[in-house]
Design a protein around this ligand. Structure first.
Ligand SMILES: [Mg+2]
Length: 370
């Protein structure tokens, strides 16, 4: 199989409501789509999906675009590696830039799956099964608005509710949700907003029977997370700290968490995310699949990875219409009344990428021909 063309498309889709976490907010979703074309016309699609602004990750759409155009794509095209695992190893020769790598590697996986007429989950070693999904709810100006959102998403079938917390907006929110909705599957995400002097907040939260407390302390505070975990009954789940395979191995060694949130974009692609999943499984640490969030291509690929056996909690991948005014795949990702996502049968992800939607939301593109 020979590659004849690689196209990058930078798209921007408005959000229905701003995405707010403890460190900032955004109102549109940017993504850089990677379109590989083989000589027989077979396509492979990937998505590099950093958030706008730099509050969520050091990488931005601007920096990822530049790295792809100037470094990663020219390097890849100089010796195209179309075996996804080998491609992942080749990309790992560059330091950092996980979003760009995830986008390119995702296109290589998709091309291979389409070429071999196989579903992506089978190539990743998973099994066909519907995916349990949960809703993630940001910070709101009032408790009443938060409770309205919780009510709405429970009504839509989501299997668990995750609420964001920040210093001064934590125990009170959990108490209110428990008071109104009783023993629903509930977890909190602090996005690294607390320090060691705030342990009392988590000891207080420990009384509310939460599924997990996600990323209470700073990304690099692995020893401190281990100490906090020793003091809590509630499992700590690490997200920002699980930034690459090496970090996951260190978390396991230090016992900094009892649950891991694995994100394909942050791990730098499906293969490295699978290896993180496998390392956690070997250590008896269950995982769940997070999102940055991403548009349809990256979400669909993540859902296929989610069929691996040690992903034991509902994913953060939500319906396409949850955040985005539109999406670039058909059918859109939908959540059933039972809180499940099923993907269409067929090779690759089973979803179809829509060129007219890409054209509608495109900011710019770049074509590389061989
Ligand atoms: Mg998180």
């Amino acid at each position: 199989m020979r590659i004849v063309e690689l196209r990058l498309h930078w798209v921007r889709i408005p959000l229905h409501e701003p995405f707010r976490i403890s460190s900032g907010e955004v109102s549109a979703k940017d993504a850089i789509l990677v379109e590989l074309t083989a000589e027989d016309g077979t396509k492979g699609w990937g998505e590099a999906s950093p958030m706008t602004g730099s509050f969520y990750s050091a990488e931005t759409p601007e920096s990822t675009w530049k790295f792809l155009c100037d470094r990663l794509v020219p390097n890849f095209l100089s010796r195209p590696e179309l075996d996804p695992q080998q491609c992942s190893d080749q990309l790992a020769e560059f330091p950092g830039e996980p979003f760009a790598k995830a986008g390119l590697e995702g296109a290589v996986w998709d091309l291979r799956a389409n070429r071999e007429r196989q579903p992506l989950w089978a190539m990743l070693g998973g099994s066909a099964r519907p995916i349990e999904t949960g809703a993630a709810i940001g910070l709101f100006p009032t408790v009443e608005e938060l409770l309205e959102r919780v009510n709405k998403f429970l009504g839509q079938g989501y299997r668990r509710i995750k609420i964001k917390i920040a210093p001064g907006h934590d125990v009170e929110l959990v108490r209110a949700v428990r008071g109104r909705f009783g023993g629903i599957p509930l977890m909190v995400d602090a996005n690294a907003a607390y320090g060691v002097r705030d342990f009392r907040v988590f000891k207080e939260l420990d009384r509310y029977d939460l599924m997990m407390i996600e990323q209470p302390l700073a990304r690099e505070s692995l020893e401190e997370h281990a100490e906090l975990q020793r003091q809590l009954r509630t499992p700590i789940c690490l997200d920002e700290s699980a930034e690459d395979l090496e970090a996951v191995q260190k978390i396991i060694r230090l016992q900094s968490a009892r649950i891991l949130n694995i994100k394909v974009q942050r791990m730098g692609g499906l293969w490295r995310a699978k290896r993180a999943h496998d390392a956690a499984e070997a250590a008896g640490i269950p995982c769940w699949l997070g999102t940055m969030p991403q548009l349809g291509i990256a979400s669909a690929q993540g859902l296929h990875l989610r069929t691996l056996p040690n992903f034991l909690f509902p994913t953060d991948v939500e319906a396409s219409s949850r955040w985005f005014a539109d999406d670039i795949i058909a059918p859109p990702i939908e959540v059933s009344r039972e809180g499940l996502i099923e993907f269409p049968e067929g090779p690759g992800t089973g979803f179809t990428v829509l060129p007219d939607k890409i054209a509608k939301f495109r900011i710019c593109s770049e074509v590389f021909r061989l």
